[in-house]
Design a protein around this ligand. Sequence first.
Ligand code: FAD
Ligand code: EPU
Length: 357
Amino acid sequence: MNPGKALISPAWRLAERAPLRARNTFGVQAHADLLLEVRDAAALPELFTNAALRDGPVLVLGGGSNLLFAADPPGVVLSPCGQDIRILDDGRGSNDDTVLVRAEAGVEWHAFVLWTLGHGLAGLENLALIPGTVGAAPIQNIGAYGVEAGERIHAVEAFDRNTGAIVKLSGADCGFAYRDSRFKREPGRWIITAVTFQLSRSADLRLGYAGITEALAQTGITTPTASQVAEAVCRVRRSKLPDPAVLGNAGSFFKNPIVAADLAAQLRQAEPQLPVFPGADDHSRKLSAAWLIDACGWKGHREGDAGVSDAHALVLVNHGQATGAQLLALARRIAASVSERFGVMLEPEPRVIGADW
Ligand code: FAD
Ligand code: EPU
């Protein structure tokens, strides 16, 4: 990879001073000094013998739907672009009906969900319409409507910058938790190149999450197919979350805070409306960040072009020309007000580039 000699190969494409506004769903302006799009993951070991990649900062960029550019990213921005989807094992020779499907990192997530449903495979229907790429799904273990991607991940293939090799990690090796994974806890180390999912021909549907059964009932469906669940999820999501194509945003800006069960009980006594959900164990509870922010009066708030959605208090929005720094400043003020009133610390869900939280 010598920009002086060649900028395009069959496996990758390198661009200088690339604008990133169309590559992040907040729609904030930023530039990459070097943008490297990698179509063939097998090229990564050789590419990373180049000093700029081996020793310098590298930001892996998927669909840009879970990051905030508070400044230009330093170093190289690397975008995995592989588009292959294939069935590795159709399950017909085994006793259970598990089907293994492998998708490369650059495949758009929602298109992949539709592909699996179109092939009669259930398992990802609750995760329909989440923006972004397959390669980013394991990073924060995307979740919605009672399902987390980690539950369906059989294996992750990733380039390990520590060793310079592509390795295959089992789902159990990925350390998945709520909006968390090994990849997130080891920042800068991994470039995910492909993910294999374990899906099923027989739909064991999860319909418990508030709103889904109701959305199905509204259309008279009592025993839905996986595709009908996905359609209901899409309807609920469209009614709650602003479309980034219309109004820049990155979905939930804060994670729902996990607190000690005692603190949750105290808060609930003072605020009986506060939604409290089970945590990972008996001693912890998950609170609703949206409710806490809403209670502090931020819903629909706007400062210039940086604001909070009037449809959902957890979603920061860019009304047009907001900078990443302005959105970050607003997010900090929101978190400070929640901390002051409730003693609960909010943490951002999107990765903040170019500034510390
Ligand atoms: P990016 O934003 O490009 O990157 C996110 C992080 O992953 C960065 O740290 C980046 O470096 C890293 N990364 C990306 N690709 C790779 C790779 N191949 N290898 C290594 N690191 C990588 N999330 C949910 O969990 N549930 C939801 O319901 C949900 N709803 C959303 C709704 C809206 C309207 C929006 C805008 C976002 C929503 N999100 C949700 C957040 C977001 O869609 C997901 O986190 C998604 O997985 C991000 O994918 P991406 O390709 O855009 O990643
Ligand atoms: N609420 C308010 N005010 C609002 C919005 C919501 O008080 O403006 C309260 C309501 O009481 C509601 C509760 O918050 O019952 C929870 O709201 P919602 O069901 O919309 O879920 P959420 O906790 O805000 C989480 C995820 C979403 C995911 C949905 C559905 C996080 C940080 N967010 O949102 O993921 O789609 O559940 O499963 O866990 C994302 O990560 O970007 C994202 C959108």
